[in-house]
Write a protein of this length. Sequence first.
Length: 442
Amino acid sequence: MVPRYSRPAMTAIWEAEARYSIWFEIEAHATDKLGELGVVPAAAGKALWDWWATAPVIDVPAIDAIEAVTKHDVIAFLTWVADRVGEHSGGDLARFMHQGMTSSDVLDTTLSVQLRQASDLLIADLDALLAAIERRAMEFKYTPTIGRSHGIHAEPTTFGLKLAQAYAEFSRCRARMIAAREEISTCAISGAVGTFANIDPAVEAHVAAKLGLAVEPVSTQVIPRDRHAMFFATLGVIAGSIERLAVEVRHLQRTEVLEAEEYFSPGQKGSSAMPHKRNPILTENLTGLARMVRSAVVPALENVALWHERDISHSSVERFIGPDATITLDFALGRLTGVIDKLLVYPERMQKNLDRMGGLVHSQRVLLALTQAGVSREDAYAIVQRNAMKVWQSDGALSLLDLLKADPEVTGKIAAADLEASFNLDYHLAQVDTIFARVFGK
């Protein structure tokens, strides 16, 4: 986790104090149920909660000091809690904590809680981004711009349609994030090798209900890591969508294009050497952050194949990718929302670029008109391409419409008025409303 690319709410989920708080809740809820079942004294759970109600400050350094001796984080935590509860209650009821449980019951269930909490923030991030994209899409719904394939002028579209595509994509990302949240929200309190030999399944059901989780059907001591793989793969897909939109902005900001650019604030500097520079630093940064989020996907997939009922080869990986991937994605979504919200858009430059190549963007309409006039597709293609290449080689100085009007193979089949109608820009915008209705439901 790099503070430069972190936001407080997401970072707080992964702080040691937050983790230990969840550990305590799991242990205390489990002890409550064990007391109800008569396995431990009913007073044991009450002693834990009574101590907790005194708003204890979790002494992370003290727990770390115990772990330095035990070489086991859960045991260190349990030892610290038992000492504090004993001091508070004057008894040794804390010895009934963790009855029939194993460390993975605590660790895996806690990770589920943390990833679910992270999911809630990421879903809220996506909602904010979607709102920004929708607002700007409506603003530029009918603003014509050139569509490009292979980076080359293709046919007209609108800037609103570009943003509508992004809205649809991030709507799918939101749906995937909701599914990933559900997938990861499971609880395992099943004891060694997951057989419930030393703990009643009712304890697991009780803890799951208290934490808002589902019961893991078969935990084999650990929650199966295919769930986590799906979660981090979803983060990777969202990162890919972030990069897709970021790269689009970067291309549009190139000097020779300059159809849109990142907001450049008063006092901002673009280069230490060149005072004129306005660089797409935010979207370049987003491209890099997306790579970092995606770097968590392969390790998460490799964590699926654990030995037999469990090993801990996944543990060190998740200590990295859990915080890093969620914190980075949270930051990236917030940054992208800001980019879209303040994006500078230049319709005049879009029109200038549309006109840049002498009407070549209308070549398909002429091709279709010739075929409908009785010319074979092969011949029609050759006629239009022959004239289009002259315009291309003139770097747009020549007009495709003028060349076609002077070509007897064209004028012999298409009236001048119909030929001119083939160069009407509005033709390409006729279905904008249809597409917007599909995307935004309006």
